[in-house]
Write a protein that binds this ligand. Structure first.
Ligand SMILES: Cc1cc2nc3c(=O)[nH]c(=O)nc-3n(C[C@H](O)[C@H](O)[C@H](O)COP(=O)(O)O)c2cc1C
Length: 197
């Protein structure tokens, strides 16, 4: 068997949400470029690439974004310490995504989420920590960053160097995630597969 140093599986096992960042530690441009390019190469429905990424590095804007959490909470206060916050925007295709919507398929959000996870995994490979941010008021973020009304804010992701060195290393998920047998069926929903017992 060929051993690949940074195999995809190993990177997936190393990723964890990082909420403590080294303040002022800058991600070099070439690495930021690699992270953004990995999103660019993501698959999307009909190759529509319905995304736009806003890289927020301005200290005041990061502070304001951290205040866009759900009313009355400051759960994401720590966001200000991350070097950058990438705001993942989605612009549904006027024909293809509207058509998918009629079938109840919200493909453009899936597309943007896949691109976001590409960034997260590339960052992990580079030793850069990240955390998805889903608890925010879209209305407030749109107003703050002057995002047009036909563009949605799907999510945000913080990126930066973890405060604690060595935090990006493989970990075991037993106890952190439900068992595979609980989340996989064989052929028909609910059928237990013999593979996972
Ligand atoms: C779509 C999404 C939204 C999330 N929103 C937040 C958030 O607003 N604040 C936060 O601290 N963590 C947020 N998280 C991180 C999750 O809490 C975290 O992924 C989960 O607890 C599993 O931990 P792990 O990422 O370290 O494996 C979010 C994750 C996802 C995928």
């Amino acid at each position: 068997m060929i051993m690949v140093k940074n195999s995809c599986y190993k990177i997936i096992k190393s990723r964890k949400s990082v909420r403590n960042y080294k303040r002022g530690a800058k991600i070099p441009d070439n690495e930021l470029n690699k992270i953004l390019n990995s999103a660019r190469m993501a698959p999307s429905s009909c190759n529509t690439q319905p995304w736009h990424f806003i890289v927020v590095r301005d200290e005041n804007l990061k502070e304001e974004l951290s205040k866009c959490a759900i009313k009355g909470t400051r759960i994401n206060k720590w966001m200000v310490d991350a070097d950058i916050v990438v705001v993942l925007c989605g612009k549904p295709h006027p024909f293809l995504h509207r058509g998918a919507d009629l079938l109840g398929r919200d493909c453009h959000k899936l597309d943007v989420a896949i691109a976001g996870e590409h960034m997260v995994l590339t960052a992990t490979e580079l030793g850069i920590g990240s955390c998805w941010i889903g608890w925010f008021s879209e209305k407030k973020v749109k107003k703050l960053l002057k995002i047009p009304s036909n563009v949605n804010v799907i999510s945000m992701i913080t990126f930066g160097y973890p405060e604690q060195d060595g935090i990006i290393e493989e970990r075991e998920f037993d106890g952190l995630r439900r068992d595979l047998g609980e989340m996989v069926s064989l052929n028909i929903f609910g059928n237990k597969g013999v593979f996972f017992e």
